[in-house]
Design a protein around this ligand. Sequence first.
Ligand code: GDP
Length: 189
Amino acid sequence: MSNINFRNSSFLTSMDSFQKEPEKTLPMVMLVGRSNVGKSSLINALLSSRLAFSSKKAGKTKLVNYYTVDNRFYLLDTPGYGSTSYANLTTISFAKMMEDGLKKPNLKAIVLLLDLRRDIGKDDLEFIHYLQRSGKPLIVILTKVDSMNQKEKSLARKRAEEAGISRYLESELTGKANEKIREVIASYI
Ligand code: GDP
């Protein structure tokens, strides 16, 4: 059990680049993933809140959202890549945002969400390798595992292995799975 109380959390602010930062510097953990992968759901599950839905208004999709967790660290929600022209992996502004974020000394870990009910695309692979090369700890979470049958689960695990991902957590949005994810995140703070 970590001694960080994830339930003691609040939405702090949104920033349009990593060149701006909240006044108070805290360790940061950044969530990244394709649009619709389940980022907001995971934030809400981890923080036992509805914060991610309430802050997810139109126009905020290009922004980095900061959640303060127990006054100990910032959980950062980044634009979901893939569907919008802004957050296309080849878009300079998105690439620049990632590059600036990965340079931050207080960025302690990256949480990459993957929905492996579908195949990993070439763009996902490039992004995974880019994150791996950054040298920051990478926590991979397979989302929506609760909606998979055994066959789909095996296929998802096979896809992860084929992408060179040997260690990952599985998110089921249940108490036990969330606690494990909280523990792993807390271990990097
Ligand atoms: P985001 O765009 O990455 O923030 O994705 P959302 O959190 O908004 O989730 C997209 C859709 O997937 C929603 O309909 C969620 O209810 C669903 N979803 C997200 N996470 C899970 C999960 O772990 N299990 C299941 N079954 N559905 C999920």
